[in-house]
Design a protein around this ligand. Structure first.
Ligand code: 1OR
Length: 364
């Protein structure tokens, strides 16, 4: 007799497929099924939230928007829409899209772009290209600007309005974030060539600046991608940052600025106002405390992967110690403003660690 045992997961698989068909209404069911199940095979362990960094170790450093069919770690690429992106076919060859703007619009846009982390990796020419390529889009209250699961079309920068970020968790809508009159969204689908990871719905009338997919790829992608990948690797190994989510880590990677110091450079001077904190990328530093007697006590040293300079930010106090480069040091700097915005979730951990410093300083 035939064994009719139903493999585990079959029911869900067929149900998901049916839902996808009903939702997407493909014109050719066979073709759609091939694509659908190819994609399904590539998705390793689905998380509650579809957000993946797609990094193949052998491809480090280059954005790759070619559709993949196998062996990816967390692929969730949509091979239907995937355009080939070839970083070598260089920027200028692709057609530049220029939307003429009034002086008022240009100024407003420039202001809106300030503080957008993904632009940190761009030089001033590239920023001008961004300004040229963006077009204004009016949004009404309740409008769905991005729908989870769709293919990526535009990248958006907020001029005004409030926008909810909503993620579908097993059929339930969950609001995970709210943009309030500033910020940007829609970069993930364009950067990693995957479907939209969340729905963005306005909760007020507003104005957005939009940039189409190919302009995004031409101007922003390469630089931003490299930087993200580079810093994500560094940040992955920082224990304090284990508690932040993947998306926050990406933003953090965008926010960092590289600084190089020579042997003996004073990176932080005791008593100064704090402007930010550092993660050591290469090299080591030593930490010392200047006593009133004029004596300088060495209290420790830190190497690659460690961080410093967070204490004054947490406690809102002047710098409590000197930090000096021991040989050449490469460090990633996080400004105070980004620190406050992005590292809220780690504050407790950092506070706990700060008790250790106090012991060194002899306060406890
Ligand atoms: P996209 O192209 O996937 C949806 O289209 C956009 O929502 C996505 O790019 C991101 O720009 C944005 N917080 C804020 N914005 C988000 C988040 C998010 N996820 C995606 N987008 N969080 C992550 C939720 C899992 C909350 C972090 C605290």
């Amino acid at each position: 007799m035939m064994n009719l045992e139903i493999p585990s997961g079959l029911g869900d698989m067929l149900k998901d497929f049916t839902v996808a068909v009903l939702r997407e209404k493909p014109s050719n069911l066979n073709e759609y099924a091939v694509e659908y199940f190819t994609r399904a095979r590539d998705i390793s362990k689905p998380k509650t939230v579809p957000m993946y960094i797609i990094v193949d170790d052998d491809e480090a450093g280059e954005p790759d928007l070619k559709p993949k069919t196998n062996k990816n770690k967390y692929a969730r690429r949509n091979s239907v829409s995937a355009e080939r992106y070839d970083p070598e076919a260089d920027d200028d060859e692709k057609e530049k899209v220029v939307y003429p703007k009034s002086t008022e619009q240009r100024n407003r846009l420039k202001e809106d772009l300030e503080g957008i982390l993904i632009f940190r990796s761009l030089d001033s020419d590239q920023i001008n290209n961004v300004i040229d390529a963006m077009f204004e889009k009016n949004v009404t209250d309740g409008e769905v600007v991005i729908k989870q699961g769709d293919d990526g079309d535009n990248f958006y920068v907020i001029d005004s309005g409030t926008y909810d970020v909503i993620v579908d968790v097993n059929g339930d809508e969950k609001k995970v974030f709210e943009f309030d009159n500033k910020g940007s969204f829609g970069e993930l689908a364009l950067m990693y060539n995957m479907p939209r990871s969340a729905t963005i719905r306005s909760s007020d009338d507003g104005i957005l600046w939009a940039m189409d997919r190919s302009s995004f790829q031409r101007i922003i992608l390469k630089a931003a991608f490299k930087k993200r990948k580079h810093y994500e690797r560094l940040l992955e190994h920082v224990p304090m940052l284990q508690s932040i989510d993947e998306y926050e880590r990406m933003n953090l990677a965008d926010a960092l600025l590289t600084k190089i110091f020579a042997d003996g450079d004073v990176i932080i001077r005791q008593g100064d106002e704090a402007d930010g904190m550092y993660f050591i990328e290469e090299g080591s530093v030593h930490i010392s405390i200047s006593k009133e007697s004029g004596h300088v006590d060495r209290v420790g040293s830190l190497t690659e992967g460690k961080y410093f300079g967070e204490l004054a930010l947490i406690e809102n106090k002047p710098r409590s110690a000197n930090v000096v480069a021991d040989g050449k040091v490469k460090a990633a700097f996080l400004e105070r403003e980004s620190f406050e915005r992005l590292l809220g979730p780690c504050l407790d951990i950092m506070k706990r660690n700060s008790e250790i410093y106090k012991k060194y300083a002899g306060k406890k």
